[in-house]
Design a protein around this ligand. Structure first.
Ligand SMILES: [Zn+2]
Ligand SMILES: [Zn+2]
Length: 89
């Protein structure tokens, strides 16, 4: 990871969970970095912050549910959360 990338991840993490913040209107939840999968290398993937519940929870997390079930459960998409994140960064 480059220094610039690390700095970017830190900034994203400081915003808290993007789903909590933008959809549930809860701020400052503990945050993990989630890579949004697109074509190409993982290292170049865009990232959003997600709390452990929305990241890894088996019935609540993007990795537990799978991307499309997770997106329909919360009526949002990873890409939407990404653009809102980048807007306030
Ligand atoms: Zn959350
Ligand atoms: Zn993830």
């Amino acid at each position: 990871m480059t220094k610039a990338q690390k700095a970017h991840y830190d900034k994203v993490a400081r915003l808290g969970c993007s789903l909590c913040r933008f959809v549930l209107k809860i701020e400052d939840t503990p945050t993990e970095i989630h890579h949004i999968r697109r074509a190409g290398k993982r290292v170049d993937a865009p990232v959003i912050g997600l709390c452990p519940i929305h990241h890894r929870g088996s019935n609540t997390g993007v990795h537990g549910l799978g991307r499309s079930a997770w997106e329909s459960l919360y009526s949002t998409t990873e890409e939407e959360l990404l653009s809102m994140t980048l807007e306030i960064l």
